[in-house]
Design a protein around this ligand. Structure first.
Ligand code: ATP
Ligand code: MG
Length: 463
């Protein structure tokens, strides 16, 4: 049998939770969330009607409750008759020289387990054992004794320790969970789990008002279906881009003002026309502004879930799960302006996991990426989703006939039959118009085109 850790989605990463009658360590530096983890574990089981026991050696229980997030405090108020606490912080001075003996500790804990019929136990901080058990070997023996007696009494215990201590506790523990906090993002890692497989690596971790949450670095798999042909949503686009299928990722790059968001509205409007659900995520524009703009253009985003993601507080795992939660029956997703998000290895990994999942779900995805306004050189820049895109459309400005006009070029297509030429388009009052191939010019994507000489034009005609 497995005993839940009490943390949303963490159990699924460790085959259902802690083993029954086990001794489990949560380790982390100050403020990493160890105490809250311990309390969260107890509250979860108390909510399920179990009797639980908190053992503190340093901080008083009253103080811990006082510092709980409001939501957790409320939960505590509802279940408090089942939450028992043993406070050693008060009696430690009576023991003389602050020395806590492991036999005494084990005796008091197991007696209280019997008295309250509690098998879910949390012991916050084992550092107070250190003065008596100076060497690593002594500490191991002591913790082993404690673990042995609590397990024998039927307990499933969680205990916490600070990152810097000896390592004896990792050795004895059946499970080791590490909490990380760099002042910005929280992460959790399962370091070991006896007799169990688990999901390796760091996962997102959050202290929410009502408790702790884990955002795994992986998403649940889905069995993919045969791809179906889809319409982009702009008249004539399929002729340029080639066929578009469910599960494709289309990348739209280009400088500001070339109509990327507008094209995204077309793309979503197509879903709305078919009565389908979609999701639009903006990394630059709040929801209400997005909605107003789309309405002004006459688009229908009724069945579209609009989400704003602040790029400065972006946690890739949390983001991935936030969107994932909304994916049911969704056929299209737009990620508008992902250039706003900085990239690092973790973000690249999350992007890969997330887009692969969208593919498996047969969702058609459009990603827009704003490039700098560069006329006269050609580069798609450092866009890491390039490798994940099935189709890439690049939008550009070009100087044609002493005007700054707009052109698009398909850089990559998942089909063979796409338009290799450069297409001029315009944004008019009533929307985007694809004007056709800019045939008599060359060097357009360098930004400064030249007229093709007559000889070449003739050659081209006969080709
Ligand atoms: N309502 C809340 N929302 C978000 N974060 C919170 C909330 N309440 C507390 N925190 C954060 O939780 C952290 C404290 O967690 P906790 O006391 O469990 O850490 P700890 O690992 O036990 O630390 P120590 O080693 O000092 O005992 C702090 O970083 C605090 O900012
Ligand atoms: Mg603490």
């Amino acid at each position: 049998m497995r005993i839940s850790t009490g943390v949303a989605r963490l159990d699924s990463l460790m085959q259902g939770g802690f083993l029954e009658h086990s001794f489990n360590l949560v380790k982390g530096t100050q403020g990493a969330g160890k105490t809250l983890f311990a309390v969260n574990y107890l509250l979860h089981h108390a909510k399920n009607g179990e009797e639980v026991l908190y053992v503190s050696m340093e901080e008083s229980w009253e103080n811990i409750v006082k510092n709980l997030p409001e939501g957790m405090k409320k939960i505590y108020e509802e279940v408090k008759e089942r939450v028992h606490h043993l406070d050693f912080s008060g009696i430690r001075p009576l023991l003389g020289k602050d020395v806590l003996d492991v036999n005494l500790l084990a005796e008091v804990i197991t007696t209280n387990m019997k008295v309250y019929n509690a098998n879910i136990i949390a012991l916050d901080g084992i550092a107070p054992l250190a003065p008596k058990y100076g060497t690593l070997q002594d500490m191991r023996t002591a913790i082993f004794e404690l673990s042995h007696r609590i397990k024998r009494a039927g307990g499933t215990m969680l205990f916490t320790s600070e990152g810097r201590s000896s390592g004896a506790e990792e050795y004895v523990a059946d499970t080791v969970l590490i909490l990380y906090y760099d002042g910005l993002l929280r992460r959790i890692q399962i370091l070991k789990m006896r007799g169990s497989d688990f999901v390796y690596g760091k996962h997102g971790f959050k202290i929410g008002n009502e408790g702790l949450e884990v955002y795994p670095s992986i998403l649940p798999g889905v069995s993919s279906q045969t791809p179906q042909k889809m319409k982009f949503g702009i008249k004539g686009m399929e002729k340029i881009l080639g066929s578009v299928y469910t599960g494709d990722v289309i990348l739209l790059t280009g400088p500001p003002g070339t109509g990327k968001t507008l094209m995204a509205y077309y793309f979503l409007n197509e879903a709305a026309k078919n009565g389908e659900k979609s999701i639009y995520v903006s990394f630059s524009t709040p929801e209400n502004v997005v909605l107003k703009r789309a309405r002004d253009f006459g688009f229908n985003l009724n069945r579209c879930k609009i989400m704003y993601q602040d790029p400065f507080s972006f946690d890739p795992y949390e983001f991935m799960w936030k969107v994932h939660k909304e994916l049911k029956n969704v056929t299209r997703v737009v990620l508008d302006g992902i250039n706003e998000v900085e990239t690092n290895d973790e973000i690249r990994k999350a992007q890969h996991v997330f887009l692969k999942n969208l593919k498996e779900r047969n969702i058609l995805t459009l990603i827009t990426y704003t490039t700098p306004v560069i006329i006269s050189s050609y580069s798609l820049g450092n866009i890491n989703v390039i490798y994940l895109a099935d189709d890439i459309i690049d939008l550009r400005y070009a100087e044609i006939g002493a005007e700054l006009r707009k052109v698009m070029v398909v850089v990559k297509s998942s089909t063979m039959s796409y338009e290799k030429g450069i297409i001029e388009y315009d944004i008019e009052k009533d929307g985007i118009k694809l004007l056709g191939k800019a045939e008599y010019l060359e060097g357009i994507i360098s930004g400064i085109p030249r007229r093709l000489e007559m000889k070449k034009r003739v050659e081209k005609f006969f080709k």
